[in-house]
Design a protein around this ligand. Structure first.
Ligand code: OGA
Ligand code: NI
Length: 347
């Protein structure tokens, strides 16, 4: 049966027992779900409570170590009320449960749209689809965008706006801490970003009858500065560490933070933008809400002069963020790092 549905969610409502062929990956490119590190080994878990206290420098050190060795960490005592996160997850769930007609009002495959519902990753260019539907929103400055957001469910704008505002403050604190951990003034990264942008995705990964054949999101690194991820209580995120996949299992009221490609460049490779993926399961749908922090499109990104010397030559050439993102989007999610196209030796 041909897929005449725009969204995976609605295809599944019509009842299928097998993954349609356009989602099936070649054997060499499937998630080996059994070959994953157990919960004994996870990404660093950092308590932000002491960031503003006498142990400030210890927390900065922990963050620096995590960025260097994992590119990923989880945070607790992050200052965002649990209620705000719960409302965000609840309204996300409600959104994907609305009738098809209500949701499809904002369906679009045009990435320049500041609000859009779509599926997979880039349906215009990709050959294999991903088991994901997503709503993508621009969220900063809030007043420029909020009137475009879905007005249903009725509490959507209120809850999502409250969430975005809170996550923005957390992002700024983390960018200050990361700047300090590299030996800079706390406002260093913030200055480089210029008029930075904040986008958010609400990902819905429906249950998958054959999770061993496909991905929610295939292996990729994030093209941004940092990503702050809120997830519900269903596992799915996996992070590559020393050649092994680590499952990042949900811990209530924590956020998962990862370094994006732009910090790898700014730090001249000291901090890593690490490969990760979202896998599926047969029984439960999963919601995840990443917030992406971007530089202004015309911001110039290059290795910080202070981190370049004889022993550490510049690994990347300078570029505008606009140039980077255009390349990222057009090539699709591929294992080869987009950063490779910006190495100092290549043109
Ligand atoms: C992403 C991403 C992981 C997840 O959206 O870039 O990596 O668990 N998401 O949804
Ligand atoms: Ni990602």
């Amino acid at each position: 049966m041909a897929n005449t549905k725009l969204l995976l969610t609605d295809l599944l409502h019509s009842g299928i027992r097998h993954v349609p062929s356009n989602y099936v990956r070649p054997i060499s490119d499937r998630p080996n779900l059994l070959d994953v590190q157990t919960s004994h080994h996870s990404i660093p878990f950092i308590d932000l409570q002491s960031l503003n206290g006498p142990n400030h420098s210890d927390v900065i050190k922990e963050i620096g170590q995590a960025c260097q060795h994992y590119g990923f960490f989880q945070v607790k005592n992050h200052g965002i009320p649990e209620r705000v996160n719960n409302n965000m997850l609840r309204v996300s769930n409600e959104f994907f449960q609305m009738p098809e007609g209500e949701r499809l009002k904002i369906y679009s495959n045009d990435p320049s749209k500041t609000v859009r519902l779509s599926t997979s990753f880039n349906v215009e260019t990709e050959t294999i689809a991903n088991w994901r539907d997503f709503l993508r929103l621009h969220c900063y400055p809030l007043d420029d965008y909020i009137h475009e957001w879905p007005s249903n469910p009725p509490s959507f704008r209120e809850y999502v706006a409250e969430y975005c505002t809170n996550v923005r403050s957390l992002s700024l604190r983390l960018l200050e801490a990361i700047s300090e951990s590299l030996g800079f003034q706390s406002d260093y990264i913030n200055e480089v970003l210029q008029k930075h942008a904040q986008h958010m995705a609400i990902n819905y990964y429906p249950p998958c009858p054959q999770p061993e054949l496909t991905y929610g999101l295939p292996i990729h690194s994030d093209p941004d500065v940092i990503t702050i991820l809120l997830q519900d209580n269903v596992p799915g995120l996996q992070v590559l560490n020393n050649g092994k996949w680590i499952a990042v299992n949900p811990i209530p009221n924590t956020f998962i933070i990862n370094i994006g490609d732009q910090i790898e460049v700014l730090s001249n490779g000291r901090y890593k933008s690490v490969l990760h993926r979202a896998v599926l399961n047969c029984n439960e749908g999963r919601i995840s809400v990443p917030t992406f922090y971007f530089p202004s499109p015309d911001a110039v990104i290059k290795p910080a002069q202070e981190l370049v010397d004889k022993e550490h030559p510049a690994l990347y050439r300078s570029f505008t963020y606009n140039e980077y993102y255009t390349k990222f989007w057009n090539r699709g999610l591929a294992t080869e790092n987009c950063l490779d196209m910006f190495r100092a030796s290549s043109t």
